[in-house]
Design a protein around this ligand. Sequence first.
Ligand SMILES: Nc1nc2c(c(=O)[nH]1)N[C@H]1C(S)=C(S)[C@@H](COP(=O)(O)O)O[C@H]1N2
Ligand SMILES: [Mo]
Length: 325
Amino acid sequence: MTFIRVPKSWEIPEREVTSEATYFNRRRFLKTLAGASILPILGCQASEDADNELEATLNVPKLESIKTNPAFAEVDRPITNELLAGRYNNYYEFGTGKSIWQAAQSLPTDSWKVEVTGLVKNPRTYDLDDLQKKFPLEERIYRFRCVEAWSMVLPWIGFPMKRLMAEVEPTSKAQFVRFISYDNPKIRIGPSWSLGGKLPWPYTEGLSVEEMANELAFFAVGIYGHLLPKQHGAPIREVIPWKYGFKGAKSIVKIEFVESQPATFWNTIDSHEYDFEANVNPKKPHPRWSQATEKFIGKGEDFSWEKRETLLYNGYEEYVASLYV
Ligand SMILES: Nc1nc2c(c(=O)[nH]1)N[C@H]1C(S)=C(S)[C@@H](COP(=O)(O)O)O[C@H]1N2
Ligand SMILES: [Mo]
């Protein structure tokens, strides 16, 4: 389908990777522009169409009667509006800007399989039905912090990673785990060359097995009471709330237990900017910006954000500090 419409300010195509600071400044600039010019008149009908289209992408099957885990029923800030979280994503396979929600709809999620392999006693291949039914699902409200210094609060549905570990039984040799995202160069529209080099597709991430066994480490198959929409990484993605968002690989097809620390997408591109551990830490600045504060998106219905102090381990110190002594 081809159609022409005037993009909303949040749909500005970004040809190259821009830091979050640049993005927010551009939005503020456009907001000012919109207030003073004819932009809203031009954009009105088209925006309404885009809103309907966005809602359609979020209209995925509901997950009925899922209990919220009482330990993770709330945090110190409200849950981000679903319509904001669903149109402000990082998913480089579908573009380097934040508005990838339309492009991501080409992700083919039918007959999905996740292969669990490597240093495990019981290698397994799970299909969609297994992933959604085999491990009891629960809801968890987690803080979410991107390395670009924006944050949200998201209501995930899924199961703790340790449940899957108990079934596949990593051997004593397994020290790390690798998560590999779906990749198809035919549908991938994200860049092959960027950031000064060839991008190491597929997107991969990793954890130590101790981190994976932590109570907080989570596989999400849903969000906001329904299955994951494609822009959030359907049908299954990692959620590691005490680490920066890039540690949470989307649309996982393979999980591999290995002996030594695996190469990862971002760490391969620039180990100086994106370290393997990547724990949220206000005192450890990114080489290009401070991590002392963050822009919390979700206090209202629009993208106006609230400045918050960054919390050590994103506020999850009591669960994870013992991993790093
Ligand atoms: N496969 C894949 N997974 C990915 C990414 C990506 O580009 N590709 N981006 C990461 C980054 S940087 C962030 S902040 C989160 C964003 O998750 P969300 O869009 O569901 O909020 O996904 C992470 N997982
Ligand atoms: Mo991120």
